[in-house]
Design a protein around this ligand. Structure first.
Ligand code: SF4
Length: 99
């Protein structure tokens, strides 16, 4: 009986990446809001890096340290303008590992 190689999980692949955090200068910010729009709320499920979370008081916050720079939150919240999105400064952000 031959053994079938299993593909690594996405979480295992993401763990290979490294991040250089630009302390105090996050490249993504959530603008102040009372109640998040459905689009912003959806980011707590859509962000592949799990950067978005709901606070105890019901607002959505982002911790951009593990951001993959995929741009999903930029596109999803484009119409509501709740997310301020920029690329990290040169030399900071995600460092992808291939192979
Ligand atoms: S750009 Fe992608 S990985 Fe980064 S916070 Fe937005 S959805 Fe998450």
């Amino acid at each position: 009986m031959t053994e079938i190689a299993t593909a690594p999980k996405v979480e295992e692949k993401l763990f290979q990446n490294r991040y250089l955090v630009d302390a105090g200068k996050p490249h993504i910010r959530v603008r102040e809001h009372e109640t998040p729009s459905a689009s912003l709320l959806a980011m707590t499920r859509l962000c592949p890096a799990g950067c978005y979370a709901v606070t105890e008081s019901g607002q959505v916050e982002v911790a951009a340290d593990g951001c993959l720079e995929c741009g999903t939150c930029r596109i999803v919240t484009r119409k509501t303008g709740e997310v301020e999105w920029n690329y990290p400064r040169g030399g900071f952000g995600v460092l992808y590992k291939f192979g």
